[in-house]
Design a protein around this ligand. Structure first.
Ligand code: SF4
Length: 358
């Protein structure tokens, strides 16, 4: 796993965001590499001298970090050269999904100013992820971040994970601004059945409220990625969900159907929640067929390519972020490894036994 938090020392009195480099760019928020020995890099910038410890083979060149002197750490907010940078803007949420990989907390630390600074320094044409918790619980701060960054950096784009519970009629005009065409909202729908969806997210009336939000987002011309996690509770109902998506939500950009991540709440509930699509591909195959025949852009996430029947492999994406992706030892001879997302670092190892190199 790629470490995102590294030990750091600094004389600064408060946290600061800076971009690391061997050369100095034309920005006062850049820090220049002064020396690099024994796994400790020494940097100098407008915030003074600071050090970051990191494994010898790891390059930090161009990374944008949040250095917290009191905590003695540097957080790699945006890694140069990675297409998987995600900013966690809050750990609060108003849902409690049974499989949540990032279980919510009651506390909230406002880091929007630091995130704004980091985004403004991002590499050219980056797509930056935003997640939580539920980012739209802090909608005013979130929209301000987006408008500030996109106003100054027209080359950037954002992908935001949201439960879609907080969009209102009053947001429509604002979301119609051209800069929001560089924002895609990733919103989950787990079932076409209200009771089932509400039970999965542990919130009564959640799907009804989500449908209202979809109306506002449609009116705003928002770009939407629909997301569905495979669960034992919704698996057999997937064909019905596909019909719901095709008939009720044809304006979405993509439908991403994803396998469960063995993290957060799902870790302790794995046996009850996990459904092995290799054992019975039919419900998933029927849902995919319906979406494909209807012209919907459907994708399969978090599934090894060799676990999917050949005709559906073009829909299987290498979706697992680089910092939490692994392959089984038996994957070595596989010709499709570059196109395959492999496994989550924390996926049960017995799944490796089913790997069949292509
Ligand atoms: S053998 Fe490994 S790399 Fe190849 S498709 Fe299967 S999981 Fe992916």
């Amino acid at each position: 796993m790629i470490p995102l938090i590294l030990p750091s020392t600094s004389d600064a009195v408060s946290p600061f965001v800076t971009r690391l480099g061997a050369v100095t760019w034309d920005d006062s928020r850049d820090a220049r590499l002064m020396s690099d020995a024994g796994g400790t890099a020494l940097y100098s910038g407008d915030f003074g001298l600071f050090t970051i410890e990191r494994p010898q083979a790891m390059s930090l060149e161009g990374d944008i970090v949040l250095v917290d002197p009191r905590a003695g750490r540097a957080e790699r907010l945006i890694r140069a050269g990675s297409g998987h940078n995600t900013l966690l803007v809050t750990e609060r949420c108003d849902q409690l999904c049974v499989m949540c990989s990032q279980p919510p907390k009651k506390t909230h630390e406002d880091r929007f100013a630091a995130f704004t600074d980091a985004c403004l320094l991002a590499p050219d044409s980056s797509v930056i992820g935003i997640s939580g918790g539920e980012p739209t619980l802090f909608k005013a701060d979130l929209l301000e971040l987006l408008e500030t960054v996109l106003g100054q950096r027209p080359d950037l784009a954002f992908h935001i994970l949201s439960n879609g519970q907080h969009f209102e009629q009053g947001d429509v005009e604002r979301l119609r601004q051209p800069c929001y065409q560089r924002v895609q909202w990733g919103i989950p729908v787990y079932s076409a059945d209200h009771a089932s969806h509400d039970q999965i997210v542990a919130k009564e009336g959640a799907l009804a409220r989500l449908e209202k939000s979809f109306c506002h987002l449609l009116a705003a011309g928002a770009r939407i990625e629909l997301r569905t996690v495979l669960l034992s509770d919704n698996y057999n109902d997937l064909p019905r969900l596909a019909r719901y998506v095709v008939t009720r939500l044809p304006f979405i950009e993509h439908w991403s159907i994803m396998q469960l991540e063995n993290a957060g709440f799902a870790k302790n509930r794995w046996d009850a929640l996990y459904v092995d699509h290799q054992q019975d591909f039919a419900p998933l195959g029927q849902a995919l067929d319906h979406a494909i025949l209807s012209g919907l852009d459907v994708r399969l996430f978090n599934v090894p390519r060799c676990s999917v029947p050949q005709e559906y492999r073009p829909y299987a994406m290498a979706s697992i972020s680089d910092w939490k992706r692994r392959y089984a030892p038996t994957c070595a001879p596989c010709h499709e490894r570059d196109q395959c997302g492999g496994f989550f670092e924390w996926h049960p190892r017995d799944a490796d036994l089913k790997v069949v190199p292509l």
